[in-house]
Each structure stands twice: as C-alpha cells, then as structure tokens.
Design a protein around this ligand. Structure first.
Ligand code: UGA
Length: 346
C-alpha cells in the first residue's frame, strides 16, 4: 500500500468553495473526502436515484456528512429551475459570485445497461451537463471538470490509448453520451473561454465501488461461494484504476489548462480472467463460473497512455492492483452483511 496517498489541491493555501455533482456516487465521494480533508468547502449535489440500491449511496453520504464543510443538496441536474435556484441561493449564502470550480462527476454510468435505456443516459449525461455549463457561464464559474470515460475509445486497435486519437466509434449509448458531453464542454470553451479538464477514467474500483461493476460482483460471488457471471471468455482486458488515484487526478486537474483531455488509468492492463484469479487467491477460495456470451456493448480491452496527465498534472497512479484489490476485499468483508444484498439487487 502506498505510504502517503494524501495530496494537496493546487491552491491548497486558499480554502475554496467547490460545487461537486454526483457526490453520493463512487468517484465523487472519494473526491469530496480528499477536498474536505484539505479544508475546502464542498457543495455536493446528488439525486439519490435508483440506478443501484440507494443504501450504498447513503452509506457514502454518511461518511461525508461527518465533515462540517460538506453541504448536501438532493437535486437532479436535469431539473434546470431547481439547479438555477441552487446556484443563486448558495452563492448568495457564501457571499460569492462564483464557485471555485464545478467538478461535474454526476452521470448515468454503466456500459451494458445503456443498451436497455439509452434515454436516461442522454438526459443525465448530456442535458444535465448542458444545464451546469450554462449556470457556470452565468455565474462566471471559470473552471469546469467533466468526468468522461475510457469507453469513448470504442474497440480501438491501438496498443495504448492516447487522448488525441479518434474517438468517433463508441460501442454503447453510454460511450456516445460521454463523447457528446466532451464535445459540449469544448463548445463552451470556444464560445465563453471556460477552462475545462475532461477526464477519461479507466474502470475505477475500490471500497464502496459500484455494485454493478465486475470487481465487487466477483468479490461477492467468490466470497459467498456462488457462481459468478462471466461475459465472454474472460480474455477481455481493462486498465483498472484505484479510486484514491482517480480522486487525486481529479484534484490535480483543477489547475488551469485551457481545454485539455486527460486519461486517468492505472497504467497496467489485466484480463478479466486474471482479475478473477487475483480475487480468488486473496480470498483463498475457488471461483465458480457461470459463462454467458460476450456483451456487444463491451469493448475488448482498454489501456491508458497517461503521459499527458504525468506531464501537465504531475499525476501518477500509486496504487498497485494487488493492494487495491486487497483494500476492496477488506471493505467488502467489513460490510458484507448489507453490501451482499446491495450487490445482489444491483
Ligand atoms: C466501467 C464502468 O462501468 C463505466 O462506467 C466506465 O466508464 C468504464 O468502466 C470505463 O472505464 O470507461 P466496464 O469496463 O464495463 O465499465 O467495467 P466492469 O463492469 O468492471 O466490466 C469489466 C469487464 O468485466 C467487462 O468485459 C464485463 O463484461 C465483465 N463483467 C462485468 C463480467 O464478466 N461479469 C460481470 O458481472 C460484470
């Protein structure tokens, strides 16, 4: 485990007031915790939707509510009047004209479900982003961070994915919605000079992670000695990235960059079969595998070129895969009584 994963925000001496969307979600709750530990004020928005059981979202919120400078507002970013009211009231209360930055991590996530209900992905990921961009423009909030996804690379045949390669062949409506949001942010840079960091996250995992994603699902199945559902033959590969590394990357990207896209990836690619072996070995159990056809919305592999984030943001992932999986298993075992139920109903 890395000795010191605490990082400071670029302007750590100034205590800032951040707007953070999706704060009950997995990535945003990690970002919120780091900002609050650094002494900043965080206004967190989340609609506590039922994309997966809200119990897990409320658990994350409960961790954040221990910080006095955390202010939670239950709000859906597609509700423009409510969002506008929130901006007006909050900035008035803080006696400010703008937020230090808008860190926009709220999203409908999940590749495979987007083939079933694509509308909700476009409403949240595109219209929701547009609402925030407009309010940032009106309030003169100059800095905008967008959560994008490695899925925008589609089934790229490149050995390693670079930010400047083509991304016009997404394999799922989810990926298409993220690509659309990226383009929208660029247009606000072009028209209004917004400073934007667009972050392409690579399969993020860790304690209190998303219960619809492979890692928590596999940990639960193997620990409970139940069959795990494997799509395809398990040779598909991902550049899995630990949540604390992602949070530090988000915070480093608060610096002014003009408009820049950054890959944030763990810098190593593992197959799903290797993932299953690692989890089984750490739990000391034999996995039972229930095989299903490969999902057509899934991509074959992802691998991030992170040299731009290294050079411009001074960012480096510090968690290795074995340690990240160990931390995730430890969290799962400590909360197994209710997390098992959350995973089974996700
Ligand atoms: C993940 C997230 O769900 C997306 O929100 C994110 O944008 C994306 O990473 C990204 O990096 O861009 P995904 O790669 O599908 O998407 O992550 P997992 O759910 O962990 O799936 C990884 C692989 O395991 C996929 O091939 C999937 O088919 C497989 N899998 C997943 C299974 O075989 N069984 C499961 O129960 C779950």
């Amino acid at each position: 485990m890395p000795e010191n994963t605490k990082i400071s925000t670029p302007d750590a001496n100034t205590k800032n007031v951040y707007l953070l969307t999706g704060c009950a979600g997995f990535i945003a709750s990690n970002v919120a915790e780091m900002l609050l530990e650094d002494g900043h004020t965080v206004y967190g928005l989340d609609d506590r939707n039922d994309a997966y059981p809200v119990l897990l979202k409320d658990w994350r919120l409960a961790q954040l509510k221990r910080f006095p400078k955390f202010h939670f507002h239950e709000l859906n970013i597609t509700d423009r009047p409510a969002l506008e009211h929130f901006f007006q009231e909050t900035l008035r209360r803080e006696n400010r004209t703008s937020f230090s930055a808008c860190i926009h991590l709220a999203a409908r996530a999940g590749v495979r479900y987007s083939a079933i209900n694509p509308w909700i992905y476009f409403e949240t990921n595109v219209t929701g982003t547009l609402n925030l961009l407009e309010l940032c423009r009106n309030s003169e909030t100059r800095k905008f961070i967008l959560a994008s996804s490695s899925s925008v690379y589609g089934n790229s045949t490149a050995e390693i994915f670079r930010e400047d390669q083509p991304t016009d062949t997404p394999c799922s409506p989810y990926a298409a919605s993220k690509k659309s949001a990226e383009a929208l942010v660029f247009s606000y840079r072009h028209l209004y000079g917004l400073d934007a960091s667009v972050l392409r996250f690579f399969t993020v995992y860790g304690p209190a992670g998303r219960p619809d994603m492979s890692i928590l699902r596999f940990i639960h199945a193997i620990a409970a000695e139940k069959p795990l559902c494997l799509y395809g033959d398990g040779s598909q590969a991902r550049d899995f990235t630990y949540c604390r590394d992602i949070a530090s990357g988000v915070i480093r990207s608060l610096k002014p960059v003009g408009y820049s896209i950054f890959n944030l990836g763990g810098d190593h690619t593992y197959t799903v079969n290797q993932l299953i072996e690692t989890i089984a070995e750490q739990l000391g159990k034999t996995p039972r595998i229930d095989r299903h056809p490969a999902h057509p919305a899934d991509v074959a592999r992802t691998h991030a070129d992170i040299s731009r984030a290294r050079t411009i943001l001074g960012w480096e992932p510090v968690w290795n895969f074995q340690d990240g999986i160990a931390q995730t298993i430890e969290w799962y075992l400590a909360h197994q009584d209710w997390v098992g139920r959350v995973i089974e109903s996700a």
